[in-house]
Design a protein around this ligand. Sequence first.
Ligand SMILES: [Zn+2]
Length: 355
Amino acid sequence: MFESLTGNDRVKEVLKRMLSSGRLPGALLFVGEEGIGKKLFALEVARALNCRTPIDNQGCGSCPACKRIVHLNYPTSSEPKDWIPIIWTDHPDAGMVVAPLRQLRVDQMRQIETEANFRPMEGKARVFIIDEAEKLNDPSANALLKVLEEPPSTSHLILITSRPAMLLPTILSRCQTIRFSPLTPAEIESYLTSNKLADLSSARLRARAAGGSISRALSGDLDTFTAQRRAMLVVLEALVVTNNVAQLLRSSEQLNEAQYKDEFEERLDVMETLIRDAWMLSLGSKREQLVNEDLYKDLEPISRRIDPAKAAAWILEIEDMREQLIVNINRKAATDALFVTMSSGEIPVKRFSVK
Ligand SMILES: [Zn+2]
């Protein structure tokens, strides 16, 4: 059942509608960030099509077919050659291909073509998942096009990607795109606690550090995240409460220390969520709506003094700087300039004009 999956209620509705109308497209493209469950949704589609005792056109989750479909037989070695064949689930009609190295290969697409032309072995439809579809190169994309052009009615392809811009237009135009949203902190928190992956307090913190992704919530380093939030809260206090430029410059220096080099952008992310939270509170949002709900006590006094128009401008300033990071700017000078501009009390109008 789609209900057993975390988040993305709108996607669940779209897929349920497609399944119940019997008009599931032959090729779907699942687009969305890493670690938010796209593959699980794809397997759930395979269940719905092959379940022996479907409920409401969805997989029951407990019949032998449903149970076998969610078990993928990944190769045990890391040898690229072992990753070329289709990785089947325990069910003969559901499988996946994964790039053995940096690219998906032509022979993998040919295997899909061959297999897609067989009638289902056991269930009602065959489902092939193509993971990290952005790794299709020109030859493998062209090989895949052959299947996408005339998919047999009993086979479905589900392409998965976090970077749709890297796909060829010919591929994009033959798939129906379904967009996944990042998960909310509350959704991640309930996933972590209901699956007993973290206790309540660490689940809350992990959910907030995750930026919408369950895999990040599980791999994230909590001490780092706590330190990042502390440091960025100091910046926000200096901006809003004490108007302490010296502190801002010290924070800029710290942000640019060699040991935090790899965290620079993460820290900017964290700062944006704090600004947004204080801004939302100032507009009357409730505590539960905050990303950093657990920092309510620190954010509340800031929210009483923050100017919403300035908060909006600050976020644009930060985004602007992020863009400049792509070209090789002097980060330290840019951070100084960012903080000083933010503290100057002026709302930089230029950001709103067309460049
Ligand atoms: Zn079932």
